[in-house]
Design a protein around this ligand. Structure first.
Ligand SMILES: *[C@@H]1O[C@H](CO)[C@@H](O)[C@H](O)[C@H]1NC(C)=O
Length: 564
């Protein structure tokens, strides 16, 4: 006991003083956006930044990395597998095209990572490093990132490295996408919360109530890591779209669209996270609202302009500790909320849809439809990643358009195709497309699906197989001075930047499926035949037929009776 106490007293002296310094920052924000169709998008973002690859001397021959806010469970995984940057998103539900966004995540699980190059490492060793990293990440967030035998692809047109520039050229991008119906769930939220400095005990993390979060129309859990100027930044993101109108109707109301922090999350924001540098709650002021609305509370709020949007902002740190901050908006004269006509909902510059046509089960056409709502021609990157059992025939890719002017037709400006290797590499298709103004275009190519091994079918084989959605990127218009002709399409995204990134939802494809009841039919039929055969053979062998003289027998019996 005494020894332990004296050790405790000595402890501060044993730790080198350099470790105590901390330049790490933590900030959190919540942004609420009322949508035109009465729903609410809440976006929670938690960001932790600190010096990266900053080794500190802890002994004569030992160095270590020390972090105060950056979660060590994640940082050790990243340094061990030498990852420069990664994005992991888990999303469930469907993002409506009428909800404003600049980037909608892939449905299901998507992981994009850039591995640091290593000259002593061959392709196989690098693939092994990637596999171990995905396994580690899957374990950390309780998601089946590696499940299902899906392999990674390397689409470089649709993803550009956003960290420090010079090295970006040699980094090795990897992407894995797994369509899953229930990608976000409570199991993933729990480890997610444990990475936050205040967990769910204080600050905005306290609002993360799984009962409400996963009850929404759409849910997202995102983990992002980037390096900039010797600093590493981990950003955790939680997104949710909820429907206050439905909730009000369930509670017996007429269907009002008013909402507050408390009605959305069913938790109160009472304690601020003490280590957070900034902790803000923002509410986007609705535009084009016919009815008057009011935003509360009025003390401590600041109104900001962000482009065309007006935003009301509160600092949670400034809220008095006795009274919880309950930001709310209400439409006092509106009862109930009326859904606007579809034509009055905001339209994005482009919208997209997956097309899957097929006759029979093994052949069909797969592609996308793109609608350019803008008055200018647009250039779009189209990236597809199909599992190996979908084999596309790129030679027969067709571009079909219906536009107001006849001379402007959609076209494919550049194309890159990586054919699949069964069970080892998925199909990757990348294309640069030209869309005429105010037009609807279809890009389709024939495909053939392969037969799988009997053991590769899931237990509900007749449900169909999920094909990941397409990624569509609307590029910013090229500056007129730039020489366009020679630009490699893989650098287009980095040089021009994306105006809009959209993912189509994943689609079900029915593969040629063997008749799984056949073996049982065969077994039953053969057993019947065998039973009939052996039955008659047995009869023949065991039974014999002869004539019995009944009278002779009766006389014999009588004689015996007399003897007795
Ligand atoms: C949520 O907010 C973060 C930071 O403000 C932003 O980077 C991200 O794109 C937002 N997510 C969505 C889906 O709007």
């Amino acid at each position: 006991m005494l020894l332990a106490l004296s050790l405790l007293a000595l402890a501060p002296l044993l730790v080198p003083p350099c470790i105590a310094r901390s330049q790490e920052t933590y900030s959190e924000s919540l942004r609420l956006t009322p949508l035109a169709d009465g729903k609410v998008h809440s976006n929670l973002s938690f960001s932790m930044a600190g010096p990266w690859n900053d080794e500190q001397q802890v002994g004569k021959s030992a160095t270590a990395q020390h972090h105060t806010h950056l979660p060590s469970a994640l940082t050790s995984l990243l340094t061990h597998h030498r990852i420069s940057s990664f994005h992991l998103t888990l999303s469930s539900g469907r993002w409506s095209p009428h909800w404003p966004t600049t980037s909608s995540p892939a449905s299901g699980i998507e992981l994009v990572a850039w591995l640091e190059p290593d000259e002593e490492e061959d392709e196989l060793a690098e693939a092994k490093r990637w596999h171990e990293f995905t396994g580690g990440l899957g374990g950390l967030f309780c998601t089946g990132v590696t499940q299902g035998g899906n392999e990674a692809s390397r689409p470089d047109w649709g993803y550009s490295y956003e960290g420090e520039g010079a090295e970006g050229e040699t980094l090795r991008p990897y992407r894995l996408v797994l369509p899953r119906l229930s990608a976000t769930c409570t199991e993933s939220l729990t480890p997610f919360l444990s990475l936050l400095p205040c967990s769910s005990r204080a600050g905005l993390g306290a609002l993360l109530n799984p009962h409400r979060l996963f009850d929404g129309e759409w849910t997202l859990l995102g983990v992002h890591f980037e390096q900039k100027g010797g600093m590493g930044e981990v950003r955790l993101e939680v997104g949710s779209v909820q429907d206050p109108v439905r909730r009000d109707r369930l509670a017996g109301g007429l269907g009002r669209r008013d909402f507050s922090l408390e009605s959305l999350f069913d938790r109160q924001l009472t304690v601020a996270c003490p280590v957070a540098e900034t902790s803000t709650v923002k509410l986007v002021v609705p535009r084009n609202s016919v009815n008057a609305f009011e935003i509360q509370p009025s003390d401590g709020r600041v109104v900001e302009k962000e482009g065309e949007l007006e935003i009301v902002k509160w600092e949670t740190k400034q809220g008095s500790p006795t009274e919880p901050l309950n930001a709310r908006i209400s439409w006092p004269t509106e009862n109930p909320f009326r859904y606007p006509h579809v034509s009055r909902l905001p339209t994005p510059p482009i919208s997209t849809r997956r097309i899957l046509l097929g006759r029979g089960q093994e052949r069909g056409h797969i592609g996308i439809e793109l609608i350019n709502n803008g008055a200018e021609a647009a250039e779009v990157l189209w990236v597809e990643e199909w599992p190996w059992w979908v084999r596309g025939f790129v030679g027969s890719l067709t571009a079909e358009g219906a536009s107001s002017s006849e001379d402007s037709q959609p076209s494919v400006l550049a194309l890159d195709y990586t054919p699949p290797i069964p069970r080892r590499r998925p199909t990757t298709l990348q294309a640069l497309l030209h869309l005429p103004p105010r037009s609807t275009s279809k890009f389709l190519l024939p495909y053939e699906s392969s037969y799988l091994w009997y053991t590769e079918y899931p237990s509900d084989a007749h449900r169909g197989f999920e094909v990941p959605g397409a990624l569509v990127i609307l590029l910013n218009p090229a500056s007129p001075s730039a020489e366009e002709i020679d630009v490699d399409p893989s650098h287009l995204l980095a040089s021009r930047g994306a105006k809009l990134r959209l993912h189509t939802p994943s689609t079900l494809l029915s593969l040629p499926t063997p008749d799984f009841s056949m073996p049982y039919n065969v077994i039953i039929l053969t057993s019947t035949v065998v039973a009939l055969f052996f039955g008659s053979v047995c009869n023949k062998l065991v039974r014999a037929w002869w004539v019995v003289d009944l009278e002779a027998r009766e006389e014999a019996e009588k004689k015996e009776d007399k003897k007795e």
